[in-house]
Design a protein around this ligand. Structure first.
Ligand code: ZN
Length: 422
């Protein structure tokens, strides 16, 4: 890795640490956001979809869905790229070809977290370094950098972001989601990670494997999860299996949205983002409307995500000015909607985990006609159906509950245990 890149990563790291110390109240944070917003104006002026509004206050910009921005790639980037050339570059990257020298950008595909279809994304080397430095700044305190750091990431994609970053006592290992838990454990054992990042369903299959064998256990400093919701009891079970409580990282195609503090509380990354709250149907949940103040190749201005967020009731003991939220419980589209009654994914999660235990695999699909619960055995299905009936009755909802054997595989790359099919 070049000295240039190392310096850029280090400077993003230091800036993130310094800002965390400086931005200690909401007023300072808001002033900082406004400064970054003004600095973003020239980038917005180069972005066809936003150019006519560049220089205006954020409130003047329209709120957009991720799909709208994805649908018109050329209008939503500031590099003057047309869709065909970006797509060709992304396809070449997918085939493992090295990017053309001096091209100035990298392209790839993301399975849009909030819309289903694959999104085309571009970034620059500068942005990737910035992203990595800021991520490390959020997650790794300076004192920890004095000892070697081995970070294992089990993710669907994005390995290329880290694979070329080594040295300075930091090593990354990227593992795909397709490997079996047994293979993943063998690779992890050889790598001996100090930090592990994976979706909960991967951590769960590793935990089942760890429970079967006692010969080796990872000795982790910290355990992180992301990409999908975790069950509350599942989190306790995983903490026992790994010897570390799993802490949430809130990351999406739309950016690095939140990170856990030393207490494990999820704080939104408001030093780099403005996150507006759109109330969700009179509940205490809300949808985030994201403006990324640092991303420039594909500006992200007032993009409304379909994640369900909930502000934490208790202030976090760390004292951070960054808003503390509960871990993401699911998507807006997964809320069960009966006449006059909303049932949230976390409520279904809690009821089924209490009845079935934290390590069982299940899915629960609600619809206006009834609920379908899938689980591996007859007795689990009976227990789960009773629990769901109880939950719905307390809410005044009486509908049929059907059961089905566990679909195989029960979910795609992202686990969604609670769903709604209108
Ligand atoms: Zn905190």
């Amino acid at each position: 890795m070049s000295l240039d890149r190392r310096l850029r990563i280090a400077s993003a790291y230091m800036r993130t640490r310094l800002e965390a110390r400086r931005l200690t109240d909401r007023k300072a944070l808001a002033a900082h956001q406004q400064r970054l917003w003004r600095r973003l104006a020239p980038t917005l002026a180069r972005t066809p979809a936003l150019a006519s509004l560049a220089g205006r206050p954020l409130a003047d910009f329209p709120v957009v869905e991720p799909a709208e921005a994805r649908a018109d790639f050329a209008a939503w980037n500031s590099l003057g790229l047309d869709e065909a050339s970006a797509r060709a570059a992304a396809e070449a990257a997918e085939r493992g070809e090295a990017p053309a020298q001096g091209r100035g950008f990298d392209a790839g595909f993301s399975t849009g977290s909030s819309g289903g279809e694959r999104g085309l994304f571009v970034t620059t080397a500068h942005e990737r370094d910035e992203y990595l430095g800021a991520s490390l700044g959020k997650l790794i305190p300076p004192m920890r950098l004095l000892r070697p750091l081995r970070v294992a990431l089990i993710l669907r994609a994005g390995g290329s972001l880290y694979s070329d970053v080594t040295g300075a006592g930091v090593r990354f290992l990227h593992l795909g989601l397709d490997e079996s838990a047994e293979t993943q454990l063998q690779i992890l054992k050889a790598f001996d990670p100090t930090h592990l990042v994976a979706p909960p369903h991967v951590l769960a299959s590793l935990a089942r494997e760890l429970e079967r064998r006692v010969s080796w256990r990872p000795a982790l400093d910290r355990l992180f999860y992301g990409a999908e919701p975790i069950g509350r009891r599942e989190a306790v079970w995983l903490a026992q299996a790994f010897g570390r409580a799993p802490q949430p990282i809130y990351q999406a195609t739309e950016g690095f949205l939140g990170a856990p503090c030393a207490h494990g509380t999820l704080h939104l990354n408001e030093d780099s983002l403005i996150i507006e709250q759109e109330p969700f149907e009179g509940s205490d949940r809300w949808r985030p409307v994201i403006t990324d103040l640092r991303r420039t190749s594909q500006p992200m201005v007032r993009v409304r995500l379909d994640d369900l967020l909930q502000t934490r009731r208790e202030p976090c003991p760390c004292g951070s000015a960054h808003l503390a939220v509960e871990p993401v419980e699911g998507r807006v589209g997964d809320v069960w909607r009966f006449p006059g009654v909303l049932v949230f994914p976390r409520e279904v999660d809690d009821a089924l985990e209490a009845a079935l235990g934290p390590s069982e695999r299940w899915t629960a699909w609600g619809s206006p006609q009834g609920v379908t619960l899938s689980a591996a055995t007859l007795s689990l299905r009976d227990l789960g159906a009773t629990a769901l009936r109880g939950l719905l009755q307390t809410r005044g909802v009486v509908i049929p509950i059907r059961t089905a054997p566990e679909p195989d595989p029960p979910f795609g790359p992202k686990r969604r245990r609670v769903r709604w099919a209108p």
